[in-house]
Design a protein around this ligand. Structure first.
Ligand SMILES: [Zn+2]
Ligand SMILES: [Zn+2]
Length: 388
């Protein structure tokens, strides 16, 4: 077995993999190894600031470039802490329009006027939901209809969100582009709304989570991104995304209660990043639901999120290799609470901000003579799958 000719080790904390080959194999000397990885930029969920965890955001790093899933509070600073530069950003993927997932999206565009000063690549796509087209029904517990804000456009998708965000900053943007000669955010970023296949019969209020096969939403030479509809009522559409690379895959649940759509998307994935809620906290926080408001919140949390035990079931059902918990609700719970996941899944990781987790097959970077070959995937040498 040729794998045995390599000396390999992996660091379970950082996920780093190092592979060395002996020179007598008459192939190029290997100096280092890498594989795709995720960086958990922020791991808390909900429209709150929770202690030390930043808002939900994840980078999928492939061959020196990265793809960003969600833009929770603090994402720009977390990217800096992770050493990820915007000029290497290939795309932003928004799972759904809840504020904890998009609150710092506009700041990437606006600060991008400076961070991307010398960027010459194509516009960076922001792939996300379309306008849901229907206002959420009022809660049956409401004494009277709470009304609708901005009835002329009450449910913008990612295009409307971007447009309105930029308009709100027009004073600043015009200052920067006219006096400082900065590039406009709209020349750097481009929102693209996800088309849900008609055959699914999706309707935001009447059929928000139809059974659906994963469908492609993005592709370049490094990744193919597929999506499915997940169950996060009353938010719709809500997506999960899967990134397939030459060397392995990662699936990111978005916000969801357990659903077969996600199980299908995550089938045999190397890494499953899954949202999680602590159901004991729901009881502590809202009691037995003695008021309409607390009853509504209990319903929302139980119907729209996944408990610790349920995350393990989803990972097992989809045959995911490694389960990683993130999007913790609440984000300030002690670690021991989340570590209960180990009781139900042997290969689970409780996420922390800035944790890096490699996935899939490792590949080794090669050196020709003294010349570092600035490896591309094409001349990398694949090795056996290394599971962490
Ligand atoms: Zn969320
Ligand atoms: Zn949400």
């Amino acid at each position: 077995m040729w794998f045995s000719r390599y000396w390999c080790f992996s660091n379970k904390v950082t996920g780093a993999i190092v592979v060395y080959m002996s020179e007598e194999q008459n192939i190029q000397t290997v100096t280092s190894a890498t594989s795709p990885k995720v960086v958990l930029l922020g791991t808390s969920g909900g429209p709150r600031w929770w202690g030390e965890r930043a808002g939900i955001a994840t980078a999928v790093v492939v061959d020196g470039f990265f793809y960003l899933v969600d833009c929770g509070s603090g994402v720009g600073r977390q990217l800096q802490s992770a050493g990820l530069e915007l000029e290497h950003l290939r795309g932003i993927f928004v799972t759904h329009m809840h504020s904890d997932h998009v609150v710092d999206l506009a700041s990437l565009g606006i600060f991008g006027m400076f961070e991307l000063e010398y960027y010459t690549g194509p516009k960076i796509p922001i792939v996300g939901p379309a306008d849901r087209g229907q206002v959420v029904r009022a809660s049956p517990r409401a004494d009277e209809d709470p009304g609708v804000l901005y009835p002329e456009e009450p449910t913008p998708g990612i295009e409307g969100f971007w447009e309105h965000s930029m308009r709100a900053h027009a004073t600043d943007l015009n200052d920067r582009i006219r006096d400082s000669l900065r590039p406009s955010p709209s020349s750097l970023f481009e929102p693209r709304e996800i088309d849900i296949p008609d055959s699914a019969g999706f309707h935001a209020n009447n059929n928000p989570v139809p059974e659906i096969d994963p469908f492609e939403v993005f592709r370049d030479e490094l990744v193919t991104v597929t999506a499915t509809l997940v169950k996060h009522p009353p938010m719709a559409p809500a997506f999960a995304f899967r990134f397939d690379t030459r060397h392995g895959s990662v699936t990111i649940s978005g916000d969801t209660a357990p659903t077969q759509n996600l199980v299908r998307l995550a089938r045999n994935t190397d890494l499953l990043l899954h949202e999680v809620i602590d159901n004991e906290w729901i009881t502590e926080r809202y009691g037995n639901g003695s008021t309409p408001e607390s009853k509504t919140m209990i319903d929302h949390h139980l119907n729209s999120h996944t408990t610790i035990e349920e995350t393990a079931r989803v990972a097992n059902d989809s045959n995911a290799d490694t389960l990683v918990l993130h999007h913790f609700v609440p984000g300030n719970r002690p670690l021991q609470i989340w570590e209960r996941v180990h009781e139900n899944h042997g290969q689970a990781i409780v996420g922390r901000d800035l944790m890096e987790i490699h996935f899939g097959k490792a590949y080794v970077r090669t050196r020709s003579g003294d010349q570092d070959s600035k490896t591309s995937l094409a001349d990398a040498v694949p090795v056996e799958t290394l599971k962490l």
